[in-house]
Write a protein that binds this ligand. Structure first.
Ligand code: SAM
Length: 184
């Protein structure tokens, strides 16, 4: 079994959009407790999987984990250096929910934006990016920015997501550009 129900969302996203292939380098942001890491490491098989979370992640065979805050520049810079170049960047990061819709939405878009910026620093040309967001008015800006960088961008609501939830995944396929890093 998997550590979290979330694992089935990644399975579904992967079945629809062919994200992770054997040999891939995968970065998973907001990875605790580790369901996506388990699925990603099955799919990447001989590849490399790196997970980051604020929370400690219990060891998974063949998976590297980092405890850190993805809104922290230094954590991001260390991750970029460690990974080098990735084939897939995934983010299931979610804010602590307040129940106030606009606030939860804005915070989730902010986290997805951090994931997008990280992807711009590590994702190889042709690579794929996925980020969870709670639907709302701030989403369009992020989606438009992603559309400039990828062949196509879709909004996907996996069946494994709770029906009443406003969560969706931005699935961006085939990066058109190369990584840009500070100092380049
Ligand atoms: N995909 C995971 C799985 O399959 O087990 C579940 C992820 S859970 C829905 C969201 C995670 O995002 C939480 O573990 C939370 O700690 C993490 N998170 C939220 N903000 C973060 C941040 N700024 N940096 C790193 N992780 C963050």
């Amino acid at each position: 079994g998997y550590r979290s129900r979330a694992a089935y969302k990644l399975k579904q996203l992967n079945e629809e959009s062919n994200l992770v292939e054997n040999g891939d380098t995968v970065v998973d942001l907001g990875a605790a407790p580790g369901g996506w890491l388990q699925v990603a490491s099955e799919l990447a098989d001989t590849g490399t999987v790196v997970g980051v979370d604020l929370q400690r992640i219990e060891d998974i065979d063949g998976v590297e984990t980092v405890r850190g805050d993805m809104t922290d520049e230094e954590v991001r810079a260390d991750l970029v250096e460690r990974v080098g170049e990735a084939d897939v960047v995934l983010s299931d990061m979610a804010p602590n929910m307040t129940g106030e819709y606009n606030l939860d939405h804005a915070r989730s878009v902010h986290l997805a934006r951090q994931a997008f910026e990280t992807a711009m620093e590590v994702l190889a040309p042709g690579g794929d990016f996925v980020a969870k967001v709670f639907d709302g008015p701030d989403l369009q800006d992020l989606k438009s920015d992603a559309e400039r960088e990828f062949r196509y961008v879709r909004e996907v609501r996996p069946e494994a997501s709770r029906k009443e939830s406003s969560e969706l995944y931005l699935v961006a396929k085939r990066r058109l550009t190369a990584p840009v890093r500070e100092g380049d």
